[in-house]
Design a protein around this ligand. Structure first.
Ligand SMILES: Cc1cc2nc3c(=O)[nH]c(=O)nc-3n(C[C@H](O)[C@H](O)[C@H](O)COP(=O)(O)OP(=O)(O)OC[C@H]3O[C@@H](n4cnc5c(N)ncnc54)[C@H](O)[C@@H]3O)c2cc1C
Length: 134
């Protein structure tokens, strides 16, 4: 059995989350599909109440919030025309593990996990995606 976190925090503002994450041995928790599969030596800061799960199209650019679950993103892309960047993202999402994993796993979690065999990360690179950091 993986070791449980020592403490669980669920902040409602980004500032509060950043203050908690500045403490030693404290980790961001998004969907938990990667983090909670191993031992967590310290506390976790659940990002789910921060409202970072927004998906917006602005001037032809897609903005995806860090805690957007992969399944929600795939649904939001479903009404886009074929053969566009949206199609590539949708295809890559379909490769990101089983649907039970995609329901919980988030875009921020995929990026932060940096798994070398992630098709979704490769698609983001191919699309010249930009990352906004706090
Ligand atoms: C059965 C199974 C199949 C999988 N298949 C794939 C696959 O095909 N492709 C793939 O890429 N991955 C796969 N994974 C790995 C994992 O599920 C993904 O990398 C997943 O997207 C992680 O997202 P999460 O939201 O669950 O992150 P979490 O598990 O919550 O966090 C993962 C890491 O990212 C950090 N983190 C999360 N969000 C943020 C943030 N917003 N800012 C800073 N740090 C953050 C956490 O601190 C932690 O270190 C699989 C996992 C399982 C269990």
């Amino acid at each position: 059995m993986p070791k449980k976190p020592d403490a669980y925090h669920r902040p409602e503002t980004l500032n509060e989350a950043l203050q908690l994450l500045a403490k030693p041995d404290t980790f961001a928790l998004a969907g938990g599909t990667h983090l909670l599969a191993g031992d967590v030596d310290g506390a976790v800061v659940d990002l789910q109440a921060l409202g970072l799960n927004q998906i917006e199209w602005t001037n032809g650019r897609l903005r995806i919030g860090a805690t957007t679950p992969l399944t929600e993103l795939a649904h939001a892309l479903a009404d886009q025309p074929d053969e566009t960047p949206a199609t590539l993202l949708q295809t890559a999402i379909a490769y990101a593990g089983p649907n039970t994993c995609r329901n919980a796993a988030t875009m921020g979690g995929v990026i932060a996990s940096r798994l070398p065999d992630s098709e979704l990360l490769a698609a983001l690179l191919a699309l010249d995606a930009e990352l906004a950091l706090a």
